[in-house]
Ligand binder design. Structure first.
Ligand code: PGA
Length: 257
């Protein structure tokens, strides 16, 4: 009932040529694969969204941005608003831990971005996740519940199902040390439970929850096979066409199974 969703977060990688080559390889490579049952979202750097949109047109592949500003326009040098992204994108990642860590994004700022995305018809991929110290201190559940409640505070009932949550433990990102599938499923269940308190269990059951953090074609099956996990937010492995194609193929196979 929930369509699995695999999103590739390219982060601040690729030149223009590399980006176009990668999109082309993904379009060609995924064409012959049986991946219609899942949503595949590419999130290249914002500059490449325009040219990438031409490549993915009519392919079924979707585009997402990696960030947006909470305000629609104004004196925010260097920023990109959700309003500016709507022509190219269907999704936007918000509150990634790298943005929380390096750019001072608070729960309140993230909530503002979620609201902006929904206001402009974009589906937010809301990232939450605990740091290693928080996990070691046994604070994981409290941190996740706080981040989820804050991010969804401005969300109206009618928009809930458009949102995606990515559970990304910070210690698992880019480390090659993915979380355990069962534990990731437990936290995804906690996220759904927290959303259920705000919107009711039926609504919460419609939200897709991804796992993110060192996902590759070698471990995607462990996550997509979990009942509460509906896909993955993929960083490093989304930059290698062959790996990402294989990862999506495995995810689609599990979805259809
Ligand atoms: P990773 O990144 O797959 O390279 O660990 C995931 C992410 O940051 O979204």
């Amino acid at each position: 009932m929930r369509t699995p969703i695999i999103a590739g977060n390219w982060k601040m990688n690729t030149t223009y040529d590399e980006a176009m080559d990668l999109v082309e390889e993904l379009v060609d490579g995924l064409e012959g694969r049986d991946v219609e049952e899942i949503d595949i979202v590419l999130c290249p750097p914002a500059l490449w969204l325009f040219p990438a949109a031409e490549y993915v047109e009519d392919t079924g592949l979707l585009l997402g941005a990696q960030n947006c500003h909470a305000t629609d326009r104004g004196a925010f040098t260097g920023e990109i608003s959700a309003a500016m992204l709507t022509d190219q994108c269907s999704y936007v990642i918000v509150g990634h831990s790298e943005r929380r860590q390096h750019f001072g994004e608070t729960d309140e700022i993230v909530a503002g971005k979620v609201a902006a995305a929904l206001r402009h018809g974009l589906r937010p991929i809301v990232c939450v996740g605990e740091g290693l110290a928080e996990r070691d201190a046994g604070a994981t559940d409290a941190v996740i519940a706080r981040q989820v409640s804050a991010a969804f505070a401005p969300v109206e009932d009618g928009h809930v199902a458009e949102c995606v949550v990515a559970y990304e433990p910070i210690w698992a990102i880019g480390s090659g040390r993915a979380a355990d599938g069962v534990e990731a499923n437990r936290v995804a269940g906690l996220i759904r439970g927290t959303l259920g308190e705000q919107f009711g269990a039926a609504r919460a059951a419609q939200i897709r929850i991804q796992y993110g953090g060192s996902v590759t074609d070698a471990n995607i099956a462990e996550f997509i096979g979990q009942p509460e996990i509906d896909g993955a937010l993929v960083g490093g492995a989304s930059l290698k066409a062959e790996t990402f194609i294989q990862l999506c193929t495995i995810a689609a196979g599990k979805a259809g199974a």
